[in-house]
Write a new protein. Structure first.
Lengths: 388, 351
């Protein structure tokens, strides 16, 4: 055990820190759930990519920098620590990108990864359907093989930022009559294809944060399938593992939010201390975010030793989503009466940051597989309890 | 940056685990409970023969020269098998205290050798508790008097037993007289030794609590697979699954916190005290939830003397307030987060 950084790792940290200090926008960008905000985030991604800092752990030939996972954690610490914008293309870059790196053909990697790294292509995920939410194996959208392409029909939903995205990826039933997780294929679909209709869904903050996607005889080349025909579930489970695991929610993001929470507490100490449980919760938030970071470094050490992350990645998802709730609930307690104010309200000051985060934290235990499902996975695959 | 253990550390843990599985089975612990002294010299000798008492003794004194990081694995095994605490207090916390003394204390090497060979029983009395564990059997006691460290022999104390709910713990009030002859460290050096000893004791307890949590989880998983209601194993019901998944989560996230704290103690990190208290909190939470959900899933059987779960629950409840009570550790973490002026940037985790 050696919990210190090598000189090369420290040098990398400084390089990232200096670039961010010179380049992070001084003004916070508008939310990427609006058209304007989405475009500004895309431009930021492009700038990040030009500096070689968009997808640091991808191989250089695909627009990355060939960093290892420790360097990736360092990058994330600097990135969020600098108050840089949230990453608008993560669903593609981390979920699909990781899947392509593992399961894609050389042609697919060359075609899709560089444009994903630069955010010339923006990606939306298309997993859920009206009758396939927590029960994802109940997917009914079809992809019927016809020569060198599939014909897609059906409906996907809860597709994050799909109204602004260029492409979507998800599972489709390619074997007629197949059941559950058999006979599904993993496909990438251009959202400007004929027969695609995208219908925004307003989230509770009033923004078009996600959408329904309808497919009406949409043609998709066979070359846009990842993995073997009918084996999409296996590919998707690997993707879901990445999502729940380390990548989608790196520790630094929560550590940065906790850093702000501690400042909020210190700035409002007299008022907050009227309820001693607030100080207890602030300390717990710090401790949890720290534990999540330690767990990430520990996991990377195990991966470097050749171990695999299995179903225990479900524990990660439960942990960070519940931590995020506690962080924002505590902030709202400290803010008290002004916590409800929207950005721009004269008395809101900087507080609307917390309201926005509080709302989004409500979604954490639901998206990427509801926490109830994660607990079932842990109980059955880690603890070996019988299926019901 | 490497968060993993060496082959040696992992193999040693494995060996200790296999040994304790047979030598410290619950029925044997129950037999020891029935004795007046509550201790088995035989078991202690066997453990010494496995090399555990030599683990952190410097190589110059015949030991293995490992440190807090190795002990963070061993204490989990001691907790998992519910070994009475005098072993960890002697071989880990006591050995650390003797090692920290400067060489002007002439008998330092002799005591380290004795601990290494498993020949010395000692007890440590820190002001964090009015009780001293295992004072009734200790040949020598290390006792706190302000900043002073005193080494007192059994002949020079009187002890009054204070029975604990955990029959593996034997606690006493100790009456003694500090004298210049018994004082082996004082002033700043003494205060530093007591602070480090408290941290080491707390970390020892943290590891044991984590081991206890795993033991209670394992017992409860076994029970929930065997016990049938409504025609099927109760472990197939989602309410039960979620109770146990939550315990598994607490255990998984406590591990790296424990290991980091051990590393901080071993490398004299300036925040070692905060890290140790943080580890104590995570490991305590895991053990307390494992106990709560463990007894819930066991139902009325969990409330009986007969089922082994009680042994590990009661030990968890007792250890939760040992070597600094839960409030002490909460206060140390909270004070750092709320009252220090440190800007807690994400890059500071290992600074």
């Amino acid at each position: 055990m050696n919990l210190t950084y090598s000189p090369a790792q420290q040098a990398f940290r400084l390089e990232v820190r200096e670039w961010l200090a010179a380049n992070v926008p001084k003004e916070k960008l508008p939310t990427y759930d609006t058209k304007e905000g989405f475009e500004l985030h895309r431009q930021w991604e492009s700038k990040l990519h030009a500096a070689g800092l968009s997808m640091v752990m991808w191989p250089e030939e695909f627009g990355g920098r060939g960093c290892d996972l420790i360097e990736w954690l360092i990058f994330e610490e600097e990135y969020y620590g600098a108050g840089a914008p949230l990453r608008v293309n993560l669903n593609g870059q981390l979920l699909l990108g990781s899947t392509l790196l593992e399961f894609g053909t050389q042609e697919q990697k060359a075609q899709f990864l560089p444009r994903m790294a630069s955010s010339d292509d923006m990606w939306a995920q298309a997993w859920s359907e009206p009758n396939a939410g927590s029960d994802m194996a109940n997917i009914s959208s079809k992809a019927i093989l016809d020569g060198d392409h599939y014909v897609l029909n059906g409906q996907k939903t809860w597709s994050t930022r799909a109204i602004y995205a260029d492409w979507a990826f998800g599972l489709f039933r390619s074997e007629p009559g197949s059941k559950r997780h058999h006979g599904l294929s993993f496909l990438m679909v251009p959202l400007d294809a004929e027969g695609v209709t995208i219908q925004p869904i307003k989230a509770l903050d009033g923004e078009d944060a996600f959408a329904e996607i309808f497919f009406d005889n949409v043609k998709v080349p066979v070359a846009h399938r990842i993995g073997d025909e009918g084996k999409g579930w296996h590919v998707a489970m690997a993707t879901a593992g990445f999502e729940r695991g380390l990548l989608l929610r790196s520790p630094a993001r929560f550590q940065q939010t906790v850093r702000k929470l501690v400042k909020l507490y210190r700035d409002n100490k007299a008022s907050a201390d009227r309820d001693p449980s607030i100080g207890v919760d602030v300390a717990k938030c710090w401790s949890d975010a720290e534990a999540y970071a330690l767990s990430a470094y520990n996991t990377v050490g195990r991966l470097n030793n050749g171990e695999k992350i299995g179903a225990e990645s479900s524990l990660n998802k439960v942990f960070w989503s519940e931590m995020d709730l506690l962080i924002h609930q505590t902030a709202m307690k400290i803010l008290g009466t002004t916590g409800e104010l929207l950005a721009g309200a004269p008395l809101a000051e900087e507080h609307a940051y917390w309201l926005e985060g509080f709302l989004f934290a409500q979604a954490g235990p639901i998206y990427a597989g509801a926490n109830e499902i994660q607990r079932n996975i842990v109980a059955e695959r880690v603890l070996g309890l019988p299926r019901s | 940056m490497d968060f993993t253990f060496t082959e040696d550390q992992l193999m040693f843990r494995e060996a200790i685990s296999r040994f304790l599985m047979t030598e410290a089975a619950p029925e044997k612990l129950r037999e020891i409970w029935e004795t007046d002294e509550g201790r088995s010299p035989e078991l202690r000798t066997k453990i010494a023969m496995q090399g555990l008492t030599a683990l952190s003794i410097p190589e110059d004194n015949g030991g293995l020269g490992m440190g807090d990081v190795a002990w963070s694995l061993m204490t989990q095994e001691l907790g998992y098998y519910g070994i009475p605490d005098s072993l960890a207090d002697t071989a880990y916390v006591g050995a650390g205290l003797f090692s920290a003394l400067d060489d002007s204390f002439a008998e330092k090497g002799q005591y380290l050798n004795q601990i290494c060979d498993g020949e010395l029983r000692l007890a440590i009395g820190h002001q964090c508790s009015p009780m001293v564990a295992d004072a009734h059997l200790a040949e020598v006691l290390l006792l706190q008097h302000g900043d002073e460290v005193h080494l007192v022999s059994q002949d020079d104390i009187s002890d009054v037993a204070n029975p604990s709910i955990d029959s593996s713990r034997r606690l006493s009030q100790v009456t003694w007289q500090p004298t210049p002859e018994t004082c082996i460290a004082s002033g700043e050096a003494g205060a530093a030794i007591w602070n480090e000893t408290l941290n080491r004791g707390a970390l020892s307890v943290a590891g044991q609590l984590l081991g206890l949590a795993q033991r209670m989880l394992d017992l409860t998983v076994d029970y929930s697979v065997q016990r049938k209601q409504f025609g099927k194993a109760i472990g197939s019901f989602q309410a039960v699954k979620h109770h146990l998944a939550d315990v598994a989560g607490k255990i998984e996230f406590a591990k790296p916190v424990l290991y980091r704290a051990a590393n901080s103690l071993e490398t004299n990190h300036p925040l070692a005290s905060v890290h140790v208290s943080q580890a104590r909190q995570f490991c305590s939470e895991a053990a307390l939830l494992a106990a709560r959900h463990g007894i819930q899933v066991h139902g009325a059987m969990g409330y009986t003397w007969e089922v082994d779960l009680q042994m590990f629950m009661k030990r968890s409840w007792a250890l939760n307030n040992t070597w600094g009570d839960a409030t002490f550790h909460q206060a140390r973490v909270q004070d750092y987060v709320l009252n220090s002026q440190v800007d807690l940037a994400p890059s500071l985790t290992f600074e």
